[in-house]
Design a protein around this ligand. Structure first.
Ligand code: PEP
Length: 263
């Protein structure tokens, strides 16, 4: 069995919260709070996903203060440029030195009717500009009842990988829709079962080497009190955090999960 060299990633999805001025204050405080607590950013990577209008401010701050934080967009266009009102291209995100981009979040799939084909096209667009796509997959409560835990996330992942080759750097986020913002997180066992199925899918589609190096995050009502349980699971390599990423104390506690469990 391959040795796990995957660096955990804790990613904060701010959704439509914090304007650019609030973002500057928040990122400064977050970085200082983690530094003060002695957080080792090489042992657990931290990324934030602010609204598009904040990204330039976050870029300027991170560069000027040499903050060890990654950041990215919450979505990206399938298109390169042109008459696509309201869209933001992968090239624009890359120009702001984003490292990551969230793709296929369940709120995009549900509220904006994003299909698996659209998600796949966004993944291809992101990779073309050397952005690491964080591909979000997850089942609804109805899917869970009808198909069990892994079928829908696995099918979504297979579809999202349609244009991906085995040199690609990607991250997968397993986010059961029923757990997002509900306060009802999956159990670590449930998260592990689906994460293991997703890793098997990565191996089938992209090969064992890619499967071994790809980080799989869990998302859905993650908090400081439950993160350690997820991180003890062999196939869970971090978390995608919504609500709790807007609270510096809570988010810092999630980032510092190693302290809770003596890992
Ligand atoms: C999310 O929206 O990606 C998410 C995981 O939200 P929350 O942590 O609030 O459940």
């Amino acid at each position: 069995m391959a040795v796990n060299t995957r660096v955990p990633l804790i990613a904060g999805n701010w959704k439509m919260n914090l304007d650019h001025l609030q973002a500057i204050a928040f990122v400064q405080k977050l970085a200082w709070s983690l530094k003060d607590a002695g957080h080792d950013f090489t042992s657990t990577e931290v990324a934030v996903f602010p609204p598009f209008t904040d990204l330039r401010s976050v870029q300027t701050l991170v560069a000027a203060d040499k903050l060890p934080l990654a950041y990215g967009g919450q979505d990206v266009s399938t298109q390169e440029s042109g008459a696509y009102t309201g869209e933001i291209s992968a090239a624009f995100l890359a120009a702001l030195e984003c490292q990551y981009v969230l793709i296929g979040h369940s709120e995009r799939r549900t509220l904006h009717n994003e299909t698996d084909e659209v998600v796949a096209a966004k993944v291809t667009a992101a990779l073309k500009h050397n952005l690491v796509p964080i591909i979000c997959v997850g089942e609804t409560a109805a899917d869970l009842e009808l198909h069990g835990p892994s079928a829908v996330p696995v099918a979504q992942l297979k579809a999202a990988l349609a244009g991906v080759d085995n040199a690609a750097d990607i991250v997968v986020a397993y986010e059961p829709v029923w757990a997002i913002g509900s306060g009802q997180a999956a159990t670590p066992d449930q998260a592990e079962q689906v994460a293991a199925a997703l890793r098997t899918t990565l191996a089938e589609v992209l090969g064992q080497d890619v499967a071994d190096k790809t980080r799989i995050l869990y998302g859905g009502s993650v908090k400081g009190v439950n993160i350690a349980g997820f991180m003890k699971e062999p196939n869970v390599d971090g978390a995608l955090v919504g609500g709790a990423s807007l609270d510096i104390t809570e988010f810092s506690s999630i980032v510092r999960f190693q302290k809770h469990v003596g890992l």
